[in-house]
Design a protein around this ligand. Structure first.
Ligand code: ADP
Ligand code: ASP
Ligand code: MG
Length: 406
């Protein structure tokens, strides 16, 4: 008997028929003699609709109440699945995040899981229940409901699997596994049988939303065996593997894009010690993550400084920087939401040169202007105009020899 955690994403529970389809898969695993814990997302589109409603109610919805609202999406699907299972004679119980003892910090909207108690889940499993847990939510030390950030149900699943020391955590989604690029954008993307946690971390942090970044961090830290599979077929999917292994060693192994960032530029900033701290201090105090930063050197003791933030924080960051600009005497502050970051990733890049040059010439050949560049040991990212993101992904995928054979 194995203990299996299965997570089903929004498309897999998009309507009642699909929830019944999920239930049949769950029952099959259960009837094979396994213990099963199911983690669910909200129905596809529901979280977006809840956010829309909140924005309609208030220009700046209270973050605590927003989390109370958003958590209802997952509460609905968890109850519906458990209800159907019971109606078919299978002992089952649904649990909300706090009942499953998913303890988080108090960062509403982007809370981190600190600990998972899982006592209640274990007890229900011992009593032979199929346990259904609402994903994406937890509870802080004061008992407030928190949510884990968009796509956070993956993290709920892997964290609960870690706490239960589950034999495997299966992430069921609407694609067959992890591909060399988003298969919905790049038809020639290839499915990977295995991927290293290191590369998956990089992909997730650069926008491949197939797995929530923190779920990969949990898998790596707690050695949780994770499979990404489709809930619509029986394909094997992709296995996450820890550390160095025998996977393909292409220089570039995947291409990702991220349309969820925005750019802010401060023009003619005094070129003096302490200025960067004044620009980024208030941003960090507001809990906003800055990603890329570029500073130009200019004549006359002035410089332009550009950085990117998550689009959801764009308005807040812009407001903060307008005040900063006044204090430090910068000439202007402006921004752009219509950008995308396109990245090529590969551990093989560590020992190869020429990847950046090839990336730039490939984008140039497609007439794509590069707005910002950043690099690490195993990836190169370029910010481009948002409308050119898909074209850039396809061109780079072909240029780096990743296309599947026709
Ligand atoms: P779920 O609702 O099941 O959590 P998501 O929409 O969050 O599903 O994630 C699955 C989506 O991730 C796919 O539909 C695909 O468009 C996208 N995606 C982006 N990059 C990749 C990739 N490299 N491999 C597979 N899917 C990817
Ligand atoms: N329902 C949440 C979202 O849409 C969490 C998830 O699906 O993982 O972001
Ligand atoms: Mg997801």
């Amino acid at each position: 008997m194995a203990l299996i955690v299965q997570k089903y994403g929004g498309t897999s529970v998009a309507d009642l028929d699909r929830i019944r389809n999920v239930a049949r898969r769950v029952v099959k695993t259960f009837e094979q003699g396994n213990q099963v814990v199911v983690i669910l997302s909200a129905m596809a589109g529901v979280t977006d609709r809840l956010i829309e409603m909140a924005n309609n109610m208030s220009k700046n919805p209270d973050r605590r109440e927003l989390d109370v609202l958003l958590a209802t999406g997952e509460q609905t699907t968890a109850a519906l699945l458990a209800m159907w299972l019971k109606s078919q004679g299978h002992p089952s119980k649904s649990l909300l995040g706090f009942q499953a003892e998913v303890k988080t910090d108090c960062a509403y909207g982007n809370a981190r899981i600190m600990d998972v108690g899982a006592g209640q889940i274990k007890k229900l499993l011992e009593d032979n229940n199929i346990v259904v847990v609402a994903g994406f939510q937890g509870c802080d030390a004061d008992g407030n409901i928190t949510t884990l950030g968009r796509g956070g149900s993956d993290t709920s699943a892997v964290a609960i699997a870690a706490a239960l020391r589950a034999d495997r955590c299966e992430i069921y989604t609407d694609v067959d596994g992890i591909y060399t690029a988003d298969p919905n954008v790049c038809a020639s993307a290839r499915k990977l049988d295995r991927i290293s946690c290191e590369e998956m971390l990089e992909m997730a942090s650069l926008g491949a939303k197939v797995l929530h970044l923190r779920s990969v961090e949990f898998a790596l830290k707690h050695h949780v065996p994770v499979w990404v599979r489709s809930s619509f077929n029986e394909e094997e999917g992709t296995m996450l593997v820890n550390g160095e292994h025998d996977m393909e060693r292409e220089v570039v192994s995947s291409v990702t894009y991220n349309k969820n960032e925005a750019r802010i530029t401060l023009k003619k900033v005094p070129d003096q010690p302490g200025i960067a701290a004044k620009i980024f201090g208030p941003i960090s105090d507001s809990g906003i993550n800055v990603d890329m930063i570029i500073q130009n050197t200019r004549a006359g003791g002035q410089t332009d400084l550009t950085f990117t933030v998550p689009k959801t924080e764009y308005a807040r960051a812009l407001e903060i920087e307008r005040k900063v600009a006044e204090q430090i005497g910068a000439e202007a502050v402006y921004g752009d939401e219509n950008i995308a970051k396109v990245s090529v990733i590969g551990v093989g890049m560590k020992s190869h040169s020429g990847v950046a040059a090839k990336m730039f010439s490939t984008l140039a050949a497609e007439n794509i202007n590069i707005i910002m560049i950043s690099t690490s040991e195993i990836r190169i990212s370029c910010v481009v105009e948002q409308k050119q993101a898909e074209l850039a992904v396809r061109a780079l995928h072909t240029a780096f020899g990743l296309d599947k054979e026709k």
